[in-house]
Design a binder for this molecule. Structure first.
Ligand SMILES: [Zn+2]
Ligand SMILES: [Zn+2]
Length: 361
């Protein structure tokens, strides 16, 4: 079923499950039953804000969390922000090719600082979920594989010692979410780099139809779905008024919602993730694309004021913002957000590429 994006009510997007493979037949994977766990984990979300200086090689750890162990496999789940930028990624090439007077301060720093030490250097939005299961094994679930995937894998898979990915989830079919699929084989387990093994890809039928033209050999299943032993509930959101994108709710203990490309949050999605609805989130990861303005009917993204309004309505325990364009200066905006957080009682900060949050999923 395709998502017909015009008119109301919107049809529920149907999730498809595909298998990423080169020159191999489709192999369906069935969903697993839903596990209900009332226990809610607590997370410590002290967002490290990289100074414009040496990179901090140590990932953030929760205080009072599970026991620590040396890398590469700490006995805790975590979220790694592989990318926190807009579709064009930062620096905005236009600011360097055709510099304004004065030049764009945010994009200019890309020339003077290594990306790993520069939170204003942002690749396409992408999240890696490092899910630690009860037996201590880790599964790695990749949400979106955009144009900048190769660069993100080279930088952050190495830095955080991520050995491989076990499944892929696509929020929608725009280039900044899918065009890295051609490079994804570099992150497959070495045992799966042949045509007899496959990595499952979860996506809507609409996305499947689009992606299949560029990346053939894809199949389908329904929602909700289990990826690498972690259950995901799709959260349809408007990404422009004629286009539906998926966010996801996941976590058996901590509840995390990820909304990477959104101009308007649909009522049923907002209910599913709101404190006043189905229950308070431990962490909301939400797009904010533009710093200025109030947005308009033609916008495909949220502005900062719209994102903060949504945070207040949803009322998560904590929120991290992603998808920022070059209007956002990381340290300046985080200072302003810290003041907002004090006022409103909800900690909100900008995420940055390479950020790792340990959380009990
Ligand atoms: Zn710029
Ligand atoms: Zn998009």
């Amino acid at each position: 079923m395709q998502i017909e994006a015009v008119g109301k009510p919107l049809p529920a997007p149907r999730l498809a499950l595909a298998e990423w493979q080169h020159q191999a037949p489709i192999n369906k994977v069935t969903n697993q039953g839903k596990k209900k766990e009332d226990e809610r984990a607590r997370i410590s979300l002290e967002v490290p804000s990289p100074a414009m200086g040496p990179a901090d090689p140590a990932p953030t750890r929760p205080t009072g969390g599970t026991a620590a162990a040396p890398s590469p496999s700490p006995p805790s789940s975590s979220l790694i922000f592989l990318g926190t930028g807009c579709s064009g990624a930062l620096p905005d090439a236009r600011c360097l090719i055709q510099p304004s007077t004065p030049p764009c301060a945010v994009c200019s720093t890309a020339l003077s600082l290594p990306p790993a030490r520069n939170p204003n250097y942002r690749c396409n939005t992408s999240l890696l979920i490092d899910c630690c299961n009860n037996n201590g094994t880790h599964k790695y679930i990749l949400v979106d594989v955009g144009k900048t995937f190769r660069e993100q894998a080279l930088r952050w898979f190495v830095h955080h010692k991520v050995p491989s990915i076990d499944s892929i989830i696509l929020t929608h079919e725009h280039a900044d979410a899918v065009l890295g699929l051609d490079d994804v084989w570099v992150a497959l387990p070495s045992s799966q780099r042949n045509d007899s093994n496959r990595v499952p890809i979860f996506l809507t039928q609409f996305t499947l139809n689009s992606v299949a033209a560029r990346f053939p050999n894809l199949g389908d299943v329904d929602k909700p779905f289990v990826a690498s032993e972690l259950e995901f509930l799709p959260l349809p959101v408007m990404h422009g008024e004629d286009y539906v994108c998926l966010g996801f709710l996941f976590g058996r203990k901590a509840r995390v919602a990820y909304l990477s490309d959104v101009s308007r949050i649909l009522p049923r999605t907002e209910h599913a993730i709101s404190k006043s609805g189905a229950g308070q989130l431990d962490l909301l990861i939400l797009e904010t694309n533009r710093l200025h303005g109030a947005g308009d009917a033609h916008s495909c993204h949220l502005t900062l004021s719209q994102s903060l309004d949504a945070v207040k309505r949803i009322c998560p325990k904590k929120a991290l913002l992603i998808g920022m364009n070059h209007e956002f200066e990381h340290h300046r905006e985080n200072q302003i957000l810290a003041e907002w957080s004090c006022r409103e009682g909800i900690p909100v900060q900008l995420a940055h590429d390479g950020l790792r949050i340990f959380i009990d999923l």
